[in-house]
Design a protein around this ligand. Structure first.
Ligand SMILES: NC(=O)c1ccc[n+]([C@@H]2O[C@H](COP(=O)([O-])OP(=O)(O)OC[C@H]3O[C@@H](n4cnc5c(N)ncnc54)[C@H](O)[C@@H]3O)[C@@H](O)[C@H]2O)c1
Ligand SMILES: [Zn+2]
Ligand SMILES: [Zn+2]
Length: 341
């Protein structure tokens, strides 16, 4: 079978490998249908993801059809459409005992620490699959994982009906946070520097858009919120300054949700946190968000039209990565189609 592998930083290849076999009673063999390319896959390709271990079959956003199951598998059978939850955790460390396997001490993310979904067939544990309706197109199903990131940001920020939420950045992740916070009943303001991204955010339900290159973000947010500031600010720009801006712009009793893996320190005066009693939290991957996103899709509440910008067959995987690299200002999601459609 074909696999897409980053052999070492800068070396991305299509290679051949034997089809994996069901070995444990809880194993599920999946024929992969679609794999989404994420910003972090591009980072792995360029050697800029601090967690990646090489060589690595990339891909943590993937969906497919079950072709074989171990003897103890109860929830899925041959033919079931599934999305794979790409995290593996120990279940016993402190975070896992709190139900937060996404930040497990020995967390392994498929496509990062262990091999991922860019292969024609993959074996995963039954615990890692979520059932999809057969009617859900693969090109939409492959977006479930990125939407769980937005869902997690919404959950971590404890977004309430009627809250003003500021989503910083209308890139892929910002857009997923926008749609999930709208579904939670918030009024959502989105900021970016690129007019096309803001225009698309508007079609996805943004109540207000602010081009931070042309307008004063702080003044605009204050104007929209009656001087209060945003109750929840989600940082999907993820640079040194955006974190500082989040602290500044968030209202008293507000929440700041940080998504950045950035290692450069931001400068934040503690007084600006305590005077407003801000809750600042990290949001990493997701925990228990797959069922939430799948339910919204089943109810027809999560329109995904136009989210996938381009698809490429596996044979053109390298071109697909080059396309994402060269068009980062306009790409929302590029998807690889595996053989057999
Ligand atoms: N914590 C997590 O679980 C998690 C998961 C996925 C991605 N991320 C992180 O989220 C970040 C965003 O990912 P993405 O795929 O959406 O990236 P992206 O590049 O598609 O989006 C970033 C957006 O920010 C905009 N932007 C840049 N500077 C800005 C500014 N000063 N003001 C307003 N907008 C500005 C860009 O135009 C772009 O639209 C990345 O840093 C990524 O590492 C975190
Ligand atoms: Zn991703
Ligand atoms: Zn653990």
């Amino acid at each position: 079978m074909k696999i897409g592998i980053v052999e070492k930083p800068g070396v991305l290849k299509i290679a051949e490998r034997d089809v994996p076999r069901v070995q444990n009673s809880t194993d599920v063999l999946i024929k992969v249908k679609r794999v989404g390319i994420c910003g972090s896959d591009i980072h792995i390709f360029h050697g800029k993801n601090p967690f990646a271990v090489y060589p690595r079959v990339w891909g943590h956003e993937f969906v497919g059809e079950v072709v074989e199951t171990g003897s103890g598998v109860k929830t899925v059978t041959k033919g079931t459409h599934v999305v794979v939850e790409p995290i593996v955790f120990c279940g016993t460390c402190y975070a896992c005992r709190q139900g937060r396997g996404n930040i497990c001490e020995s967390l392994k993310v498929m496509g990062v620490h262990i091999d991922g979904g860019c292969q024609e067939y993959i074996v995963v544990s039954e615990a890692n699959v979520h059932i999809l309706p057969d009617s859900l197109p693969w090109d939409e199903a492959v977006l479930i994982e990125p939407f769980t990131i937005g869902a997690q940001a919404c959950y971590r920020g404890n977004v309430q009906k009627g809250d003003f939420v500021l989503v910083m950045g209308a890139g892929t992740i910002g857009l997923t946070a926008l749609q999930m916070t709208k579904l939670a009943g918030a009024t959502v303001i989105v900021t970016d520097l690129v007019p096309e991204k803001l225009a698309y955010a508007k079609t996805r339900g943004a109540d207000y858009i602010i081009n931070a290159k042309e307008e004063n973000l702080f003044e605009k947010v204050r104007e929209i919120t009656g001087g209060m500031g945003s109750n929840v600010t989600i940082d999907a720009v993820c640079n040194k300054k955006s974190f500082e801006d989040c602290i500044e712009i968030t209202s008293a009793a507000g929440r700041v949700v940080e998504l950045s893996f950035n290692e450069s320190p931001s400068e934040i005066a503690p007084v600006n946190i305590i005077k407003k009693e801000l809750t600042i939290c990290g949001s990493r991957l997701q925990t228990k968000r797959f069922p939430v996103v799948i339910d919204y899709l089943k109810q027809g509440k999560l329109p995904l039209t136009g989210f996938v910008t381009k698809t490429y067959p596996i044979e053109q995987m390298v071109e697909a990565f080059e396309y994402v690299d060269a068009n980062s200002a306009s790409v929302r999601k590029v998807v690889i189609t595996m053989p057999g459609i």
